[in-house]
Design a protein around this ligand. Sequence first.
Ligand code: AMP
Length: 280
Amino acid sequence: MQLFETIDTMRDKSRAWRRKNKRFGFVPTMGALHEGHLSLVRAAKAQCDVVAASIFVNPTQFGPNEDFSKYPRTFERDCELLENEGVSMLFAPTVEEMYPPRAVTYVTVEGMSEKLCGNSRPGHFRGVTTVVSKLFNIVEPDVAFFGQKDAAQVAIIRRMVRDLNIPVEIVACPIVRETDGLAMSSRNAYLDPQQRKAALVLSRSLKEAQVLYQQGVRDAQPLIDHSKEMFAQQPSARLDYFEIIHPATLEPVEKIISPSLVAVAAYLGTTRLIDNIVLG
Ligand code: AMP
C-alpha cells in the first residue's frame, strides 16, 4: 500500500490507475478503523480493480465543543488493517494540506443538511459535504463506498453528487454490529462499561420498532412514542432524536407505506451515538 500525504501525489497516482482503465473504488474514513470500515473496503475490493482509502479527521465537520481533538487516532494500526485488506493507496493529508489559508468555499445541501444530526450538530453536514467533494476532486474515484450506519450522510452525499453532476457512483453498505447489536463506531471506545451496556437501548429501540411494524403498525407516531418510553426507562442514555423519515429526502413520514428510515441518536454521557434501520 502506498501512502500519500499531498494532494498532488495522490492525484497523480489515481490518474495513472484510471489511464489503465481500472475501475477505481474509494473508501473515505476518519480512521480508528473497525470492522464497519473494513466491510466497506471489502465491498470496494469485490466491485473494483483497485481501491484507495483515506484517513482524515475533518475539522470542519466538528462543532466547537465536539470531540475533534480527542477523536481516536490509531494511524499505524489502521495502515496495517488497510494493507491486510489489499488497499493499494492511502490518502492521509494534514489539515493544512486540505484547508489552505483563506479557504472559504463550502458545499451545502440545503434543506437536508439541517435534518437529523444536522439539527443537533449545526454545520456538521456542511463539513462532510465539503470534505467529501474535495476528496472526490482529489482522488477522482469511479465508485465511493459509504456505510448505511450514517444514513443521512449517504442521502445527502447522493443528493450532492446528483445536484453537482459529480461523476462518481455511491454505494451504501450495511451496518456492521457488535454481537449484542450495538452498531460499531469509533466513538464506542469512549464508553465506560456502564454506558456501553446502556448504549444497547439504541439498537433495541430500533428492533422494537421493527417488531411493531411486523405486527402491522404502520403509523409512525406510536413507534416514536414507544421508543421514547424505552429511553425514559434508561436514564443513562439521553435521547437526541428518534425519527421516521424518507430515506432519500429525510422528510418525516406519517405512515410507513414505502421503505422508511427509522433513525435514532442518543448521548451516553458526552458520547453521541447514532443507529438506524429501514422498515417497509
Ligand atoms: P467514519 O470514519 O466514522 O467517518 O466512517 C467512515 C465510513 O465508515 C462511513 O461511510 C461510515 O458510514 C462507515 N461506517 C462507520 N461505522 C460503520 C458500521 N458500523 N457499519 C458500516 N459502515 C460503517
